[in-house]
Design a protein around this ligand. Sequence first.
Ligand code: UDX
Length: 451
Amino acid sequence: MRIAVVGTGYVGLVTGACLAARGHRVTCVDRKTEIVAAINQRQAPLYEPVLPGLLKEVVASGRLTATTSLREAVLGSDVSIAAVGTPLKQGKIDLTFIEETAAEIGAVLREKDGYHLVCIKSTVVPGTTDTLVKDTLKAASGKEPGEFGLAMNPEFLREGRAVEDFLHPDRIVIGADDDRSFARMRKVYAGLFDAPILRVNLRTAEMIKYATNALLATLISFSNEMASLCEAAGGIDALEVLEAVTRDKRFYPPEGREPVKPEITGYLQAGCGFGGSCFPKDVKALISFGREKGHLPRLLPSTLRVNREQPLRLLGRLERELGTLAGRKIAILGLTFKPGTDDVRESPGIAIIRQLLQKGARVCGVDPCGIKNMQKVIPEAGNVHYTRDPQLALEEADAAILVTAWPGFLEIPPEDYARAMRNPLVVDGRRVLDKESLEKAGCRYLGVGLA
Ligand code: UDX
């Protein structure tokens, strides 16, 4: 099929590249000429493993092109997929880009003959597609639903693994309120992806996306709440507790002789909190949505509160250990919100660095990919510096905090901490370091969920 994808962020561009790799003819649309030029020159304009190679292949084969002209892309396609941003504004979802995109597509449909399906892939609160999007399309096109199709197809892509997640989905959710829209959207995926296709109505599809992210975020905050209780009790390691909890056969496939550890257990690990462009934004948007609709969620605000406090709890323990943070040099291992990405949005590292600076500490942040983006949030200045070399950060440091579990940090020999640091105190914010080896090398170890 001929598909237009509007928006070339990691969702839009990964969607376009993967659909082209599966044989569709894709036109990616973006307002930014430099992004469009980069794509047409086979350069991925964002950091996402695997994407560069895939993009080169599909652009070279002519199956994917990019343009700034939404009109040209929509006129020449059967389906338009909107993957534009839906940021937060004063704590609630901002649908400006969605509305603008729907209006632009609608204006093209006014002059376009034949049936065209409009699909929303962006994360939008329930009831957006079947009201705001539908009404905007009707007004801009002068056509009724039925003359054009409307679908909602949420994505479940993880940054750093987005191509893998798109090409190997576990389920494909298609929201549609009529058969023809569903049939057209189904053709995008049918036979090309080995996953069940779940048909729901438009607003159910929107809710499935939020419920998925809210569950994952709440699992993390649950784990961190258990960790804080373990710390308060003393003599309990949250790592052991959560490991045993997830050995419950209801987590493991009963038929598995040698049970495979399900990936969901990766969200039941205590740490310094979740970040990223999705979990915080989506949970906040869902709370605002509930408040507007007359049901104020009780659990979700706690998910956010536990997450907000988690990095600060860790710093509180460090401050008690050092007596004061003023004047101390603290190495921060990890700036991105997770390994495998250059994205620092809502990273716990931001809250930790800001609090350390406020307490008068000197900070040296280390990250293999995130420095450029962190500079935009907390620019290098007198008391904060960044380096890609952990040894430089550890040099004469009074403590080191592991915030992001980059593989390179896990390979730092324990002796390096003891030799380089003025005070070899290692705070394991992701519980991925070897406590015994660090202590044997003469370090003091502090871990989330262990006191
Ligand atoms: C998430 C969802 O997984 C994805 O399905 C959705 O489409 C977009 O949002 P992403 O934000 O890329 O993807 O990150 P993910 O890999 O899910 O991790 C989110 C955060 O949770 C990271 O900050 C990570 O450090 C944190 N995390 C993860 C924990 O704090 N503890 C854990 O046990 C697991």
